[in-house]
Design a protein around this ligand. Structure first.
Ligand SMILES: Nc1ncnc2c1ncn2[C@@H]1O[C@H](COP(=O)(O)OP(=O)(O)O)[C@@H](O)[C@H]1O
Ligand SMILES: [Mg+2]
Length: 499
């Protein structure tokens, strides 16, 4: 439904307006664009927006080819109030999008001529777009939602809205009329999934019709006005080839991940928020054989498996009365009764860690999951503490033994300080030595420096281990020589670079 701005026509189709420059997904090239002063085309902020003018302000109006001044917003506000007074909103809601728009267009034109407001045709078109977005859609967020290159939208109260583009957070000049306007948009979003957000239930998770994840936290909990966070759903998930192209991983590293998927290693993908865990998990599922029965468990369905034999499960939050919740634990436990060959868990955040380990341990080789941690070692510690906090009174040695016997490899993803995303570790879990889990890095990313634009330089390399524990499994699946080759190739590169 976010495509609807296009069908609205208006200035987006006017060839005289500069089309928004698509910001590529390539973190490297995007960074260059952002940091080179010659290419800050969007920063033609009008005088009235000086107060929020900021080096990195992303001007939505400019992206559409127009920048509006304070006068425009005042006029819009006046017309909007007049419109609200003269239409029946509930009746409008039952109309088709196109006819509702026609209706609004007629009334707005009438108001403009009645009030004798002077406006150019293109300004009128913009105004109409804005008003329709307010009345029928998600208001000022529409232009942001319509763009596929934006990863996150973060609204902090009515006057501040940040976005993440190409790995970098930028301010925008998107703003809401007032707190009530913002709450209205929040309400519209969450009511679509049958939920409500107000003072009595100020926290709410929801999903947009396109799959984007939404969180709202309203006053009085959010002190400076409602905070709305949207993780945009990417229709076209990145592929492993694209990650290689972006430099997130080297070709040899990608080969290593392919082998890992093929030989049914149990893999834990670890990383911070937005580091690309889900993207990586999605890439790795591409190597699952088409005849394997795969069951995915997610909080919010994001994975896009291409195999025919997939069952997708999703958790459910409690309803307004606080009942009916289905947790990740419930799903994983149930999924064990569904004869899965592989279990894929979108994100492990709690006691379900135990069930995932059990599943990995009981013949569901090739299961995978993601987890929030900043290093492979931290990932294991997190796993342990999640199980402990889940109320299992197991000695920590037992939990560690479970981890060792279940997980084969931890793949670490990271978002570096320059905004680029990299696979930084491929680490094997080897066994126990006393009370301690022994691991072995087989593939790493080293940061070697920084270029003039503040972009980090670095390289992927193998650690020189040519006979990893994985080799045994690889032999069974006839992938041993490929594995050895990939690791050697990654190592030669290092020698060349080093000497
Ligand atoms: N290697 C990458 N290079 C560039 N962008 C990436 C990369 N990996 C992920 N992204 C983008 O980053 C955003 C967050 O990715 P996601 O996989 O959802 O992160 P996580 O699951 O760790 O929170 C998405 O918009 C995704 O397209
Ligand atoms: Mg994720």
């Amino acid at each position: 439904m976010f495509g609807k701005r296009k069908t609205f026509g208006g200035n987006t189709q006017n060839p005289t307006h500069a089309a928004p420059k698509p910001v590529s997904d390539d973190p490297v090239s995007t960074e260059k664009e952002v940091s080179s002063p010659a290419s800050k085309p969007i920063a033609k902020a009008p005088a009235s927006q000086k107060n929020i003018a900021h080096d990195d302000v992303f001007d939505v109006n400019a992206a559409d080819g127009v920048a509006h001044d304070e006068e425009y917003f005042k006029t819009k506000s006046a017309i909007f109030s007049a419109l609200i007074d003269s239409i029946d909103l509930s009746q409008l809601a039952t109309m088709e999008m196109e006819s509702a728009r026609e209706e609004i267009r007629d009334i707005v034109s009438e108001i403009i001529s009645l009030k004798a407001i002077v406006m150019s045709i293109s300004e009128q078109e913009d105004l109409l777009d804005d008003i329709c977005n307010d009345v029928l859609g998600y208001g000022p967020l529409e232009p942001l939602l319509a763009r596929d290159d934006i990863a996150d939208i973060m609204v902090n109260g009515p006057q501040k809205c940040y976005i993440e583009v190409g790995g970098r957070v930028k301010n925008t000049n998107v703003r809401f009329r007032d707190e009530a306007h913002l709450m209205n948009v929040c309400q519209r979003i969450v009511s679509e999934v049958g939920r409500r957000v107000d003072e009595s239930s100020p926290i709410c998770d929801a999903r947009l019709p396109d799959g984007s994840r939404v969180n709202v936290i309203a006053p009085p909990l959010a002190i400076d006005g409602a905070a709305l966070t949207i993780r945009k759903f990417k229709k076209d998930k990145l592929t492993l080839e694209q990650l290689v192209k972006f430099g997130s991983i080297s070709p040899e590293g990608a080969e290593l991940l392919r082998i890992l998927g093929r030989v049914r290693g149990n893999v834990l993908i670890s990383g911070g928020t937005g580091s690309g865990k889900t993207t990586l998990l999605n890439c790795m599922t591409a190597f699952i054989e088409p005849d394997e029965r795969v069951i995915t468990c997610e909080d919010s369905a994001e994975l896009q498996l291409q195999q025919p034999h997939v069952v997708r499960l999703e958790t459910r939050p409690p309803n307004l009365e606080g009942e009916g919740q289905i947790t990740m634990r419930d799903l994983i436990k149930n999924c064990l009764r569904m004869r899965p060959e592989r279990i894929i868990v979108g994100e492990v955040r709690g006691p379900e860690a135990f069930d995932l380990l059990q599943a990995m341990n009981t013949g569901h080789d090739g299961s995978m999951g993601t987890l929030h941690a900043n290093s492979p070692r931290e990932a294991m510690a997190r796993m342990e503490s999640m199980i402990t906090m889940g109320g299992y009174s197991l000695p920590s040695r037992t939990i560690r033994e479970m981890i060792v016997s279940s997980i084969d490899v931890i793949v670490q993803a990271a978002r570096l300080r320059d905004g680029s995303r990299r696979i930084t570790h491929v680490t094997e879990v080897l066994g126990m030595e006393g009370e301690v889990i022994v691991t072995q890095d087989i593939f790493l990313y080293d940061i070697t420096g920084e270029d003039a634009n503040g972009n980090l330089l670095g390289r992927h390399r193998s650690t020189g281990i040519t006979k990893p524990k994985l080799a045994e499994r690889a032999r069974y699946f006839n992938e041993e020589s490929a594995l050895v080759e990939a690791l050697e190739a990654a190592n030669v590169e290092e020698q060349r670079a080093g000497g």
